[in-house]
Design a protein around this ligand. Structure first.
Ligand code: HEC
Length: 369
């Protein structure tokens, strides 16, 4: 960006802050309670507009349009805590533009929380699950919240490495399509490594019910796994599989959560066994800088699976893991964990799992750091 442009941006911000300052001191006399709406009108409406769509005057002078808070698709995704962090620390605190000023000196935490509650009222449609219910994704257990994201997941043990490229796209308030392309590398008996594309899968997920008051969200999903891998080379399962599951997320405390997933897969080729599984995740988010910085989320997964044959044993694994938000905007996150078999350990190796997820709705992968 050229210098003239930078100065213009800084100038526009300064002018608006200067215009705003007297309005703020008038609107918030010391000691008097002020509603979220009044605070918003005094501190935010100059740029964001009284209707939340972004003020026309600000937009014409600004090189960057403020977001439209009436657009539920945008405005329901972020939990309150993220917006409070932006209003408190200013845009750069969360990888946004510095045209969004910091209100740390002007408004108390409580006032910022009230303003954010007012901003919430701009989205007038019901049916959009709130960002608070968008719980951190575990390494194996699927989550209930619909997402727009691209991810790379790697599972490795001594004899095989699988890299899954995942593309998920949200449709409207409740639905999500997910496509997974796995690349598998396996070591054969002679010690040579061979690689290839594994079984592609396509999944549709739909939120059945959600409630912020209860802290709960439940989704149902159906998945089709196509036998695109080459079984002669030890890659892929060798049959079409239809899978279905229920995913449930529950906030236990503001930062502690439980997620459950139960389901099963039916193999089209009857030589292959059907399978049922149950998975649970317990996790807790630790957020640096008094709730405004990077989030560290330790989680523990318990993974149970059983082939639906008369004499099959149930397999249980434990998977301790850590998720970390990498970008300031928190739209790029990573996680690492170790999957440890608890029973029947002879043929089941310990695995290392890693993922990197980019929430592409929140901006380019290289922006917001
Ligand atoms: C000087 C103009 C200006 C003022 C005043 C202002 N904002 Fe902003 N705000 C912006 C701009 C511009 C953006 C877009 C930044 C970007 O996309 O990088 C923004 C973005 C935001 C976002 C980011 C949402 C997201 O996740 O994308 C929030 C939340 C927000 N503002 C809240 C507020 C609140 C609350 C107030 C009042 C207390 C306020 N703003 C006052 C200009 C302003």
């Amino acid at each position: 960006m050229c210098r003239w442009h930078l100065e213009r941006i800084a100038g526009a911000g300064a002018v608006i802050l200067a215009v705003m300052w007297p309005a703020l001191t008038v609107a918030a006399p010391a000691g008097e309670p002020t509603t979220g709406r009044e605070l918003y009108e005094a501190a935010c409406a100059t740029c964001h507009g009284s209707d939340g769509r972004g003020a026309a005057a600000a937009m014409s002078a600004f090189p960057l349009a403020p977001p439209d808070f009436t657009d539920c698709n945008f405005a329901t995704r972020e939990p309150d805590n993220d917006w409070i962090a932006v209003a408190h620390g200013g845009g750069p605190a969360r990888g946004f533009d510095r045209l969004m000023p910091s209100f740390a000196e002007l408004l108390t935490e409580d006032e910022i929380a009230r303003v954010v509650t007012h901003i919430r009222s701009f989205c007038a449609e019901d049916g959009w699950p709130r960002g608070e219910l968008n719980l951190p994704r575990a390494l194996v257990t699927s989550k209930a919240f619909p997402e727009d994201e691209a991810a790379i997941r790697v599972i490795a043990d001594e004899g095989a490495v699988t890299t899954r490229f995942v593309y998920a796209r949200r449709y409207g308030a409740r639905s999500q399509l997910e496509i997974v392309v796995p690349l598998q590398t396996v070591e054969d008996e002679t010690g040579r490594w061979r690689g290839g594309v594994g079984d592609l899968s396509f999944a549709l997920k739909r939120v059945l019910a959600h409630s912020l008051a209860w802290g709960s969200i439940v989704s149902v999903a159906g998945e089709l796994v196509a036998p695109t891998g080459s079984t002669e080379r030890g890659i892929g399962g060798g049959t079409t599989v239809f899978e279905a599951y229920l995913a449930y997320g529950q906030l236990l405390a503001p930062r502690t959560f439980l997620q459950l997933q139960v389901g099963g897969g039916v193999a089209y080729d009857r030589d292959h066994a059907d399978e049922a599984f149950a998975r649970a995740v317990l996790g807790h988010r630790l957020i640096q800088d008094g709730g405004r910085g990077r989030a560290w989320t330790p989680m523990i997964e318990v993974l149970g699976a059983r082939e639906l044959l008369g004499d099959a044993t149930s397999h249980v694994d434990l998977l301790p893991e850590m998720q970390i938000t990498l970008s300031a905007r928190q739209h790029v996150v990573g996680a690492v964990g170790v999957r440890i078999p608890i029973n029947d350990r002879a043929d089941r190796p310990t695995q290392v799992l890693v993922y990197l997820i980019w929430d592409w709705f929140d901006g380019g992968v290289l922006t917001g750091w």
